[in-house]
Design a binder for this molecule. Sequence first.
Ligand code: COA
Length: 329
Amino acid sequence: MTQLHPVGIAGTGLCVPSRRVTNDDLAKVMDTNDEWITQRTGIRERRWIEDDRNCSDLATDAARQALEASGLGPEDLDMIVLGTVSGDCVFPSVACQVQENLGAKNAAAFDVNAACTGFLTALHTAQAFIASGTARNVLAIGTEALSRIVDKTDRGSAIIFGDGAGAAVLRRHEDCGRGEILKTHLGSDGSGHDLIILPMGGSAHFHNMPSYDPSKHFIQLKGREVYRFAVNKMAEMIRWAMDGLDPDEVCCIVPHQVNQRIIEGALERLDVDEEKVVVNIDRYGNTSAGSVPIALHEANERGLLIPGKYVVLVAFGAGLNWGATLIRW
Ligand code: COA
């Protein structure tokens, strides 16, 4: 992409619910156990949203933290781009609710629907608007309340997913002097659209249809098929991001927290130091669009993002969609 204005990340933030759900908690309501979940996924616990909160609340709290870190106020924002598949309503957008919550009255606000690639899609959209000179300060968010849309008795899906949100404030690099986004790739393969799907709530599936099926209110996941795709795509995207770079100059790789074994499977195909790969799936599970920005913020807090060194973000998920971003921190 030709960039009239190089774009930087001026601040990051996160919000995860306080309610912890361990593997043992799940084993009380479905036929599973801690050993199976830990060995097959790396997940030990996940967070589920409190009953009196919604997806937009998580997004708002993460956004407030990112704004504070950036030194900007809500009225400085001229756009909010938000990735989610578990928004408060089918419409209007969660981004509009966040705009209202923040008092970001000068910001246009809209959602993008790219599942686990939602944050990278929001980030790339934000970057494109700033790079072209159309916007100056943009908030990119990934947020999910997936516990509200999984069948909590289905061991094939409920064990994997968790709730949470992450956010980043993007500005012209000349305005913030850090986190310069060097390149981003997004891709899709719609032939895999039924591998991870939530049919109900869309207009093709409705309550009074002859073939109404209540299970269609929940995420339906063909985990084994996604597994193969995920290992290959993660390796391919990290390779693309690091092409031509000295691996020693890469300080951090922030992958979508999909499954510990998928991350390890991808790394086996690459010349990458495992120590540089941020993993928090043991604590949060897969938070879809929240996954990458939560891990990015934690890496930021832990001082793993070293000024002048490269940071790689990589994600993939329902659609199928995938993406990667290379940043010079
Ligand atoms: N607890 C105990 N046993 C379970 C189980 C659970 N939660 N889930 C499945 N099993 C059983 C299966 O019934 C199967 O038993 P069988 O061999 O007697 O038939 C066995 O464990 C293996 O099942 P399988 O589905 O092959 O396991 P897996 O190693 O592929 O792990 C996932 C399942 C879902 C964890 C894994 O495929 C995965 O992470 N996929 C990608 C996740 C994804 O799609 N995320 C969203 C998009 S980013």
